[in-house]
Design a protein around this ligand. Structure first.
Ligand code: SF4
Length: 192
């Protein structure tokens, strides 16, 4: 695994530029530390065989007027979708679960639709980039029918907004990591 990490780091799918060789080495070493920490963790040492890795699923869910496409990092026995997240500091797992509700629940809906089987849970695995990397696993129960309906309603509202081009700015904390702030700042509401 460690060799595979270094090989992938040295031959990225898309070119990556670093300001200098020291930064490149620091990034490589930090990544290697993260992989080692994961391999040493209970999650990394699990002996069960995964049902799938990097699973691509695409379904026309009847409730959403547009296909849903998902790439699921890992599917564990019980059809449990797992998503890996990296973060700089120890996460508030309840907040993260709220923020990733749509993603995890759509994964559940995709798996249920593809297999006609139950999903027994949903899982987030955080690779925390602290000085000594930490691995935090947060298991959630499967979404209930009500929770699934909420996510479908959110998705329908989003698709409706895209179809009708409701692209007005909605400034908030999320602007801190938005790549489109310059374009957004020029938004005037239409033709003006
Ligand atoms: S800066 Fe980005 S996230 Fe913030 S309102 Fe504009 S488009 Fe949305």
């Amino acid at each position: 695994m460690l060799k595979a990490f270094t090989a992938a780091f040295n031959a990225p799918e898309e070119a990556v530029s670093y300001p200098d060789v020291d930064t490149r080495k620091a990034n490589h070493d930090k990544g290697l530390c993260m992989v080692e920490a994961y391999l040493d963790s209970e999650h990394g040492r699990m002996e069960e065989l995964p049902l799938g890795v990097e699973v691509q699923l695409e379904e026309d869910l009847p409730e959403i007027p547009s296909p849903v496409l998902g790439y699921i990092d890992l599917v564990r026995p019980g059809n449990v979708p797992v998503d890996y997240k990296t973060c700089a500091s120890t996460p508030d797992v309840q907040l993260e679960a709220f923020q990733h509700e749509v993603q995890l629940t759509l994964y559940q809906l995709l798996i249920e639709s593809a297999t006609d089987e139950k999903v027994e849970g949903r899982e987030l695995v955080f690779l925390v980039k602290t000085k000594k990397p930490k691995i935090i696993v947060h298991r959630l129960p499967a979404a209930t029918d009500q929770e699934k309906q909420r996510v479908l309603d959110i998705a329908c509202a989003a698709v409706d907004g895209i179809y009708h081009e409701r692209f007005h700015p909605q400034p908030g904390m999320h602007c801190a990591w938005c790549s489109y702030r310059a374009q957004c700042a020029k938004w005037t509401g239409g033709e003006r």
